[in-house]
Design a protein around this ligand. Structure first.
Ligand code: 2AM
Ligand code: CA
Length: 265
């Protein structure tokens, strides 16, 4: 498989999609809710997903597509080449802020991450990695991730998980938040993952994400020696919703052993 050829197309389409999104800023969005009143989708989410699907189907007709808005294939396994796409990650930010959202795309072969592309449209920052060929931000190669202690780290997480909730014993996270140098919350898993890649934050924790939220970021993080698992320390399967712990090497192990594994769940 010529991954560089596929990557070239993918990046071109992502930039084109970014232009479409930027051009939409002064138009009225059609906003609907999905599973609950905070689960939002706009006409743009749908149009951008369809844009990618048309491009992929025309150019790589044998590839499968798993997209958040459901215009792709009914993917039940990762056999062959599968594109995992979130046309807009951070839709709530897109609607309210017109920033802090991203296009996120991962290309997997038999379940193995090959290409990861995340485009921070509002800031014009394109992150991308081809497995084994390095990770880049706007074509500047990112250095490998180094070890860091909790005391020196900024951890991205949503305040929701510090309140009592049914996904994690929130008492496990409180000591971590106290020990860390700081916490941040951006409301977009794809960008929070690439912020680990660039060192803007050192770790990111979330309790419930979908494959399209994490597929692109995982390729980029792993290319830099970072670690991606769920909060139980297991690998993700990119087919089901799961929790997420992304961190620099060493920090991941510390958060797992000294904090998350201290619970009884
Ligand atoms: P989205 O904007 O593409 O829906 C916000 O904290 C992050 O979580 C975003 O990356 C958002 O992706 C994702 N997210 C929001 N609601 C979700 C849900 N119900 N299941 C999985 N991921 C969700
Ligand atoms: Ca989305």
């Amino acid at each position: 498989m010529d991954w560089e050829y596929i990557d070239l197309h993918a990046k071109q389409w992502v930039m084109e999609a970014g232009d479409k999104i930027r051009n939409s800023f002064d138009k009225t969005l059609n906003i609907q809710t999905k599973s609950n009143p905070n689960d939002l989708v706009t006409n743009l989410d749908k149009e951008i997903e369809q844009f990618f699907i048309n491009k992929i189907r025309n150019t790589f007709p044998y590839h499968k597509i798993l997209g958040e808005e459901g215009y792709g294939d009914a993917v039940s396994n990762l056999d062959g080449v599968v594109w995992i796409i979130d046309p807009i990650d951070g839709t709530m930010n897109f609607i309210h802020q017109q920033r802090n959202f991203a296009i996120s795309l991962g290309v997997y072969e038999n379940g193995i991450g090959k290409i990861g592309i995340i485009y921070d449209v509002a800031h014009g920052e394109l992150y991308h990695a081809i497995s084994g060929k390095g990770a880049f931000m706007n074509d500047i190669e990112l250095p490998p991730l180094n070890k860091v202690t909790v005391k020196e780290s900024i951890i991205a997480l949503n305040a929701t998980w510090l309140l009592e909730n049914h996904r994690i014993d929130h008492n496990l996270l409180i000591p971590l938040v106290k020990e860390a140098r700081g916490t941040r919350s951006y409301g977009t898993a794809a960008l929070e993952m690439v912020f680990v890649a660039t060192g803007r934050v050192d770790a990111y924790i979330s309790m419930r994400l979908s494959p399209w939220d994490v597929a692109g970021g995982t390729v980029i993080i792993e290319e830099l020696g970072g670690v991606v698992t769920n909060i139980r320390g297991n690998k993700l399967d990119f087919l089901s919703k799961d929790s997420l712990l992304v961190a620099k090497p060493g920090l991941h192990q510390t958060i797992m052993n000294d904090y998350l594994k201290q619970g009884k769940w």
